[in-house]
Design a protein around this ligand. Sequence first.
Ligand code: HBI
Ligand code: FE
Length: 293
Amino acid sequence: MACERFNMKETPLDRPADASADWTIPQNWAAYTPQEHAMWDHLFARQATMLRGRVSPTFLEGLDVLRLSKPGIPDFEELSERLQKATGWSVVAVPGLVPDDVFFDHLANRRFVAGNFIRTPEQIDYLQEPDIFHDVFGHVPLLANPVFADYMQAYGEGGLRSLKYGALHKLARLYWYTVEFGLIREDGDLRLYGAGIVSSYGESIFALDDPSPNRIGFDLKRVMRTNYRIDDYQQTYFVIDSYEDLLRQTLETDFAPLYAELETAEDLATDTVLASDMIVTRGTQTYAQSKAS
Ligand code: HBI
Ligand code: FE
C-alpha cells in the first residue's frame, strides 16, 4: 500500500484572503457534506481498529477524554471546550500549512492549528498536505495529556527562539522524530505515538513490525543532526522512554550552545547507525532499497 504522506513543501508565503492575520479561518463545520463525514468515520474506524495494542495508551486515553469516537468530523468548538478543560489547548482551523513563525506562535499559545479539509477517496493514500484527519486524529489526542501538552508548548517557544539562530531546520527534526514519527517504550513494549504514524494505516504496521527501519533510543542531539524522509516511510524511528523524559530533556537543554555545537557536527543520513547509538533494532533497509531500485 502506498504510504500516506504529505510532502512538507515550502509553507505558503501569501496568506489566503479569507484567513485572519494569524492564518486562522472559520472551520465552517455546518458545510461538511455527508460524504466528508463518512470519510472521517471510515478513516477513524480503520485506524482505531488497527491501533489497538500498537498505540501508546496515552493516545487512547486522549481519544476517550475528547470523545473523538463520536461519529462525524469533530466540531472544533466542542472539541476545544473539552481540550481546554484538560490542558488549556484549543484547536483552530487553518487553510493548510502556515509559515513557521505563525505555526510556532500558535503552539506557544496552546493553539493547535488543524486543516479544515478532509482527503478525498482518491487521496486516501497520498496526501499533499496534512488534512483534518491527520491533524485532529493524529495530533490532538496527546494534547489532552498534561506532560505532552507542556512539551508541545515548549516546542512552540523553542521554535520561535530557533528562528533567531537560523536553526529552524535542526528543531524541525526534533518535531519530525517525536511529534510526527515518534515511538515510545511503555511497560517494556514499543508503542506508536507520532501523529504521522498513527494517522497512517501502512506506517502503523511498518513502524513497529517491519525489519527494515532502524529503531534507536531517543537522544536530543542525535535527532537534531539526523535528516528525515518527507516522501516515504521513515528509515529510522527514535524511541523515547516516557513523555516526561522527552519534556525534561527539552526543558533542561540550553539550545544556544547546542545550536553552536551542531553547526560543526555533520548531518546524518536517514539510515545512519552510530556506534554510540542505543540500538533497539538495527534495520535491514530492505524497504527503502526496494523503493530506490
Ligand atoms: N503548518 N498547518 C501546519 N501544520 C504543520 O504541521 C506545520 C505548519 N507549518 C510549518 C510546520 N509544520 C513545520 O515547519 C514545523 O513542523 C517545523
Ligand atoms: Fe502533523
